[in-house]
Design a protein around this ligand. Sequence first.
Ligand SMILES: NC(=O)CC[C@H](N)C(=O)O
Length: 331
Amino acid sequence: DAKSKVVILATGGTIAGAGATAANSATYQAAKVPVDKLIAGVPELANVADVRGEQVFQIASESFTNEQLMTLGKRVSALAKQDDVDGIVITHGTDTLEETAFFLNLVVRSEKPVVVVGSMRPGSALSADGMLNLYDAVAVAAAKDARGKGVLVAMNDEIQSGRDVSKAINIRTEAFKSPWGALGMVVEGKSYWFRAPVKRHTTSSEFDIDKIEKLAPVEVAYGYGNMSDAAYRAFDKAGVKAVIHAGTGNGSVAKHIVPALQELRGKGVQVIRSARVTGGGFVLRNAEQPDDKYDWVVAHDLNPQKARILAAVALTATQDSKELQRIFWEY
Ligand SMILES: NC(=O)CC[C@H](N)C(=O)O
């Protein structure tokens, strides 16, 4: 059997990090080690695929911009169209890995496996997790049964849906959780599957990175007791197309914030209710707030940062709040 051909696109993060000593598991510099060195560090990759690397960026992922998402997405899409590419792995900082994975899940029109991977400890640390995570990610990207399941995240022996997964812990290697559970596991280079996503993604998506030029500006404000409307007024001045309200409980909105949000909506800004409560529920429409009356949108089960990604993509195609709500139900 010919081995699968997998391209590793490196963007930085802790998986490319280096610390002063092996005891530095948490204090180190991210985005230091080039992709060829990452690949050379795991000779076993050659057992599961023919791999080659490309250095796309060398950054910590909290600094990822919309322009960088676009650049990465267009590169993934171009590679996925090539006959000599069977799967793509993206090494990424963990802080915003969930956003990039969801973005690619929405806009890359390919059945080929796209697997995003990071690590919680730099390669220089005792019990570094990056090498096994990279091996697992390449093994999943090379696997035929990973095709058509949307963009995946392989971390800590688990295969997660890029749509659902979130960084939930900042220190432990079991940092990534999905409220709906992992899709499967990867053990010694073999994938084991237990469920598949039902939301629209990749080949069943109406969005296509090849046809998008610029993402819409969307900002997020966090809800809490005594919240003021200052952030929303500032976002409005800055020219946003949508605001994500990371509301309390069921995406609830303090009564003294409602007038500012209605004012923004009146000017055409979309108001999207997400929630700071992310353990495994979803925001119910017309509960806590009259969304129909105010012409607001609910983010379904998407956390605020994922809701930002979907809104930034969807608003390249429509400015209609009903369409936007349909998209939030379907993706
Ligand atoms: N574990 C990590 O990758 C975190 C490092 C850095 N903050 C980043 O997201 O790139």
